[in-house]
Design a protein. Sequence first.
Length: 484
Amino acid sequence: MTLLPFTADLVLTGGTVVTSKSRLRADVAIKDGLIVLVGDASAMPAAVEVVDVSGKFILPGAIDVHVHFREPGYTHKEDWQTGSAAAAMGGTTTVFEMPNTHPPTRSVTELRQKQQAAEKSHVDYGIYGLLAEDNIGELQGLIDGGVNAFKCFMGNTFGNLPSPSTGAMLEGFEIIAPSGLRISLHAETASIMAWRQKRLMEAGRNDPLAHIAARPAIVAAEAVSRAAELAEWTGARVHVLHISSAAELRPLADAKARGVEITGETCPCYLLLDSRDYARLGSVIRVNPPVREHSDSLAIWKALQSGVVDMIATDHAPHTPTEKNKAVIWEADCGFPGVETQMPLLLNEVASGRITLEHYVKISAENPARAFGLWPAKGRIEAGAHADIAVVDMERTETIRAANLQSRGKVTPFDGVHVTGVPIHTLVRGRFVQRDRQLVADTSGWGRQVTDIQRMPPANVRNADQTLAAVLQSPVPLPQGAAT
Ligand code: NCD
Ligand code: ZN
């Protein structure tokens, strides 16, 4: 201990700090919610509390840009307390929450309702505003009112929000582009899916695999291509949610190569499950987009390694057992909880040698922080950053049990899976929200919206003279030959 002119609130001692590039035996000193020093034990200040994490790894907490916490409106499935408790247990320190609640987050009025519900959160959060067919007039208000990103459901899913036409999407992109805020896309084309599902239902197909047949990968590939064109035209930043197929990787990679501001995420189910699991899991596996073929998983793993897919998120989408367990596949609600199991499931892949811990830090924390404007405040273990930390025990084994999840939605396709590698502590801005695999109950309300730290660099707006707003403002030209 040295004689530094301050006392830290907490020092984590004996652990190994992991960055996206390397690992380093170092202690971490925390004060007022920030990391103040990373270094040798001999360099640490005096501290109010010293916690021994010998043999453990110190990671930036996961940043999950895709969760559905259901409040307001569907609190029988989840609410902000239970959803954020699940995040805390799972080593996730920031979530971005989706607008398909009831009411949906479609204008400032509903944004305020969402912000009020979110006050219970154990972890920090961003809030998505909706970009739909019928709220184009509300987008500027949502930007000014403090949303952190937008969500556009190109395909229908839970909540049945009207998918915007390409015309509405273009106007939405034009309005959002100058703000620099990212537009996250549920990239599945509604009209193809509606057509095919109707035809399959008429033919009497009610089995789980009919869900894949209704949404072949072309729905994703077509939607990604179309959205990338609109993003390129307007300069809007976009993000492809829940990448499920090999087919959509090509338009994603092509768009990146052209300089389109586009990022992509995948979720554990698309990496770890495939069509062979439908017989075993039945309607529980139903999610949009569907879990596909083994060859799709392999291609997504490769794209995650190469950087075509930027990050891991969860699409945490809890439903009740009655809503999930249905004999007719079309009647089962889509999705399942994930924010609590992402880190153990991926650390298990680290333990088996499939990815490195450094790469895991990149896809779970650094890349989401960069893409959504939270870098350098979040997503790294360095002096000056928020003390958002997951302390990980790579030797600890656990069995995932649906019944033990913090989430209210106790149905997961990962029930019974054995994992090696578990977050044993989670800290949000220096405070333990999970300690020794126990939720710290009185931290409900500790979470804050990230609006104060979010810095989206200015976007490269294109074709501004051709936006609907510009065209409608300019004087109507006189017909040729008319007298002046
Ligand atoms: C999500 C839900 O339940 O809100 N369901 C899903 O299958 N993914 C909606 C979504 O993200 O598409
Ligand atoms: Zn979605």
